[in-house]
Each structure stands twice: as C-alpha cells, then as structure tokens.
Design a protein around this ligand. Structure first.
Ligand code: NAI
Length: 260
C-alpha cells in the first residue's frame, strides 16, 4: 500500500506579518489578503492617517490588523516597530519588504546623486534593516518567511531609471544571498518581480498609455492589479512553501518572456 502524502499547511491563519508600504497599492492589497487569510497584520507606512485608513478597512471587515507609522529608512524605528509588533501579536512570522518609490533621473542630472542615495536606501538598504531587526523573532517562528518585492526592473531596465534598476537588481541579489545564509534555519527568503501594476506608483501614467504599453509588452495584454501580486506573495508565505527559497518570481503578465 502506498503511504499518504505529507499534509503541508496552506494556511497563514494566526501568523503575524509585517508589511512595509502597506497604505497603498500592492502593500495594501497584501495586507488585506493576509488578514482575510486569518493572519495578524502589522500595517506600516508613512503617514498616520494613511496607515489608520487601511487598518480601519481591515478591522472593519472583522479581521486582525494594527498600524505603525514607519519610514523604512529609519533603522532605529525598524527595531522599535518590530518590538511593538511582537508585543502586540505575540511573535513575528512573515516579513514583507514592499515599500517603494520611483525617481526617474538621467546620469548627468544634478539630482542624480541624491536620487541614487534615496533609491538605494528606500528600495534596498531598508530591507536589510528590517530583516536584521526581525531575525531573532523569525528564529522563534515555526514557519519564518521573508518576501522582498523587487521588479521586472530587477531583470532589465527602463530608460532613465538607473538608480531604481540598480536597487531592484540588488533586491534580487540580497534575496539569494540571505536565502543561502538562512536556509539551514528554515527561514525562506524569496522575491517577487511585479510587472506593470496599477498602483500609486504608476498612477500618473494615462490609461491610454498604459493600454498601449501593456498590449505591446505583456502576454496578458493589460496592466495587473495589486491583488494579483499579493497572491504570489501569499504563496511564498505559506508554511507549505518551506522548500522554496532564493526564488525570483515574475508576476508580470508575461512581460519578461514576450519577444514579440
Ligand atoms: P504605491 O506607491 O502604491 O505604494 C508604495 C508605498 O510605499 C506607498 O504607500 C508609500 O508611502 C510607501 N513608501 C514610500 N517610501 C517609503 C518609506 N521611506 N518608508 C515607508 N514607506 C514608504 O506603489 P506600489 O506599486 O504598490 O509599490 C510597491 C512595491 O512594488 C515597490 O517596491 C515598487 O517598487 C514595486 N513595484 C511596483 C510596480 C508597479 O508597476 N506599480 C512594478 C514593479 C515593482
């Protein structure tokens, strides 16, 4: 007789997740999805009102969330927020490094150095700060998960976006490096590369320009919505996903594989 297969859990119910940049776009969608799946969600972002609005949406639907204002470039604040999240919810299982900005700049522009420094800080260095603060608590978790949000700009490049492109390539490198370092402890580190998604970041692009771009560049033929990316993030965060680490998952409507 063949033995039954092992039952691996596809539930994050009761897990504690911290999400950066959760007041808008993909972070907000991820916060909602994780809370809908029964997780306790630490909603963090800039702006107390923006954070409170998302917490109200989630708790108003009968789910579990609490908010923290948190500028990801502030290392001391990262430690304080992590400590408070652990105090509030009794642990920490999942870290989602999602906060982001896009500062388009040409290499010979006077703003280049500032934009470079800010981009690297927000999009890459901040991930290491939050992970370092969270690590002792992740080590106490039964299924510790880190998911970093990179971009298709971590594979290729859009014109005049080199600080962002460099940072997102760095996020993929950081993901692989930490996956190797932390794998033996059962801490998985994975990375999502969203393609064109309708969020605050792409809000200034006209609908017409979005449609032209998406039809030309993606297999699916449209921009994605934040929820579609959140489901990829959820998959990496499941207890069952314990043998997936160092993976780089495009959620891009087929942008990266489309030649013509
Ligand atoms: P969004 O603008 O809707 O959300 C980003 C959030 O990050 C905002 O709420 C913002 O306040 C927050 N944020 C910015 N700087 C911060 C800081 N210093 N500290 C804390 N929070 C900060 O944009 P979206 O698109 O949801 O961005 C989420 C992630 O997805 C970013 O890392 C972005 O680079 C990435 N991404 C977005 C794509 C898109 O097409 N929208 C494509 C590929 C990647």
């Amino acid at each position: 007789m063949t033995e039954r297969l092992s039952q691996l859990s596809r539930s994050i119910e009761g897990k504690v997740a911290i999400i950066t940049g959760a007041a808008s776009g993909m972070g907000r969608a991820t916060a909602h999805l994780f809370a809908d799946e029964g997780a306790h969600v630490a909603v963090t972002d800039l702006g107390a009102d923006r954070v409170a609005a998302v917490v109200d949406e989630i708790t108003g639907a009968g789910r579990s969330a609490k908010g923290w204002t948190f500028d990801v470039t502030d290392g001391e604040r990262a430690q304080a927020v992590v400590n408070e999240v652990v105090e509030t919810f009794g642990g920490l299982d999942i870290v989602i490094n999602n906060a982001g900005i896009a500062l388009f700049t040409e290499i010979d522009s006077p703003e280049y150095e500032d934009n470079w420094a800010t981009s690297l800080d927000v999009l890459l260095t901040s991930h290491t700060r939050l992970i370092r603060a969270a690590l002792p608590h992740l080590r106490q978790s039964e299924s510790p998960r880190i998911v970093n949000i990179a971009s298709t700009e971590g594979w290729g490049a859009t014109k005049y976006n080199s600080p962002y492109v460099a940072a997102k390539h760095g996020v993929i490198g950081l993901t692989k490096g930490l996956a190797v370092d932390l794998g033996r402890e059962g801490i998985t580190v994975n990375c999502i590369c969203p393609g064109p998604i309708v969020t605050g970041l792409t809000g200034s692009i006209s609908e017409q320009d979005r449609e032209i771009f998406a039809k030309r560049r993606t297999a699916i033929g449209r921009y994605g919505i934040p929820e579609e990316v959140a489901h990829g993030t959820l998959n990496f965060s499941l207890p069952a996903s314990r043998y997936m680490t160092g993976a780089v998952l495009p959620v891009d409507g087929g942008l990266l594989i489309k030649n013509a």
